[in-house]
Design a binder for this molecule. Structure first.
Ligand code: FAD
Length: 328
C-alpha cells in the first residue's frame, strides 16, 4: 500500500505545528491514493511524541532514536531519513518549509536521487496518473507553477506553514509504531553544538493569534510606530503589505502575501491595505478580518468580516486609547 510520509519536525521534544498541518493534507492525499499516512520522528528520547502523531491522523510512526539525532544536524538527519525511505519506499515525502525542513529536504532529495519542490502552497493528486501535483509561486510570484515528479520516488515537497489547517485531534488513537535502528556516528555529523543561544524576539507572524497589518495607505515609517503600539497592546504581531515593505517602512519578515508569509490569525486588522490578490493570498484564511480604508471600493472590503470606512489613524488612535483605558 502506498505511503504518504510526513517528516515530524521536533526541537527540544516539541513538535513544530507545521507537522500537524502536513498530517492533515497527507490524509487527503492518502485517501486519493487509497494509501496510508506515516509520520517520521528522528531524535533522542522522543518516543513520547509518537502517540501525538497518531492522534493527528498518522496510521504509522517510524521512530529513529540515536544520540547523534539529539539536536538537528544536517548529515545525520539526512542519512536517517534517506535510509528509512530507501527501506520502505514511500510514495510521497512532505516536510515543512521551515529553516530546518528546507535544509534537510535538499540533502535527502539528493541522497534519494529524486526531485524536490520547495515552498509549495497547494497539493493534490492527479486523478488519471496518481501523480502528486505540487503548486508554488514561480518567477517572483508572477505565475503559479504546478510541478510533477513522474520518474522518481518519493515525490518530495516542502510546504509553507499555515497553508493547511491542523486536523482534529483524536482521543485514544490506534496505529503502529515502528522503531528503526540506523547506523550513525559523530564522525558523520562533522559538527558539534557547543552552546545554544536563542534569538531574542523573532517575528512569529505565521502562528500569531492577532495580526495588525499596515499598507501603503499608512503613509510612512514613523506611522508604523503607531501600529506597533497597537500591536503591543493587543499582544499581536505586525504585518505589512509588499508596498509598505518595498517603501522601506518595515522589514521583509513582516510581509504578508504570496511572496511573503501566510497567516491564519483569529483576528487580522488591515490598515490602509487595498487587498490586492497577492496580499489576500497570504491572509484570506484568517478567522475574522477587520479592514480600515478610506476607499469604499477597496477589494479588501470584499473579504472583510468588518469594514470601517475611514482614516486608519483615527481608528488606530481610538483603539489605542480604549485599550490603554482598559489596562489602567
Ligand atoms: P495600495 O494598493 O496602494 O493600497 C493602499 C490603500 O490604502 C488604498 O486602498 C487606499 O484607499 C488606502 N488608504 C490611503 N490612505 C488611507 C488612510 N488615510 N486611511 C485608510 N486607508 C487609506 N503584495 C503584498 O501585500 N504581499 C505580497 O506577498 C505580494 N506579492 C506580490 C507578488 C507579485 C508577483 C506581484 C506582481 C505583486 C505582489 N504584491 C504583493 C503587490 C500587490 O499587487 C499590491 O501592489 C500590494 O499588495 C498593494 O499594497 P497596499 O495595499 O499597501 O497599497
Amino acid at each position: 500500500m502506498k505511503e504518504v510520509w510526513v517528516f515530524i519536525e521536533q526541537e527540544e521534544n516539541k513538535i513544530h505545528p507545521v507537522s500537524f498541518e502536513l498530517l492533515g493534507i497527507a490524509n487527503t492525499l492518502a485517501e486519493d491514493l487509497s494509501g496510508r499516512i506515516a509520520g517520521v520522528i528522528l531524535g533522542s528520547e522522543v518516543d513520547n511524541l509518537a502517540p501525538e502523531v497518531l492522534a493527528y491522523g498518522a496510521h504509522k510512526v517510524y521512530l529513529v532514536e540515536h544520540d547523534c539525532l539529539k539536536y538537528y544536524r544536517h548529515r545525520p538527519y539526512a542519512k536517517a531519513l534517506s535510509d528509512l525511505a530507501k527501506k520502505y519506499h514511500p510514495e510521497i515525502l512532505l516536510l515543512g518549509a521551515t529553516p530546518l525542513g528546507r535544509d534537510l529536504a535538499g540533502g535527502v532529495a539528493t541522497l534519494l536521487e529524486t526531485g524536490l519542490t520547495a515552498d509549495v502552497t497547494e497539493l493534490s493528486i492527479e486523478k488519471e496518473t496518481g501523480y502528486l501535483l505540487m503548486t508554488r509561486p514561480a518567477y517572483g510570484g508572477n505565475i503559479m507553477a504546478t510541478i510533477v515528479c513522474p520518474h522518481h520516488r518519493p515525490q518530495m515537497a516542502t510546504v509553507r506553514p499555515r497553508i493547511f489547517s491542523v486536523p482534529e485531534r483524536k482521543e485514544n488513537p490506534k496505529g503502529e509504531i515502528i522503531k528503526e535502528k540506523i547506523d550513525l556516528s559523530e564522525d558523520l555529523a562533522g559538527i558539534e553544538r557547543l552552546n545554544f543561544i536563542p534569538k531574542e524576539k523573532t517575528v512569529n507572524l505565521e502562528y500569531a493569534d492577532v495580526v495588525v497589518a499596515g499598507g501603503k495607505g499608512i503613509g510612512g515609517k514613523r506611522e508604523f510606530e503607531k501600529l506597533k503600539e497597537l500591536a503591543e497592546l493587543l499582544s499581536a504581531e505586525l504585518g505589512a503589505s509588499r508596498l509598505a515593505v518595498e517603501s522601506g517602512w518595515i522589514s521583509y519578515e513582516h510581509q504578508v502575501g504570496q511572496t511573503g508569509k501566510t497567516v491564519r490569525p483569529k483576528v487580522y486588522l488591515a490598515f490602509g491595505i487595498s487587498g490586492a490578490i497577492q496580499h489576500r493570498a497570504g491572509m484570506q484564511n484568517s478567522d475574522f478580518i477587520i479592514a480600515v480604508n478610506t476607499d469604499k471600493g477597496a477589494p479588501i472590503f470584499k473579504i472583510a468580516d468588518m469594514g470601517i470606512l475611514g482614516d486608519w489613524k483615527v481608528v488606530a488612535e481610538a483603539l489605542i486609547s480604549a485599550l490603554k483605558k482598559e489596562k489602567d
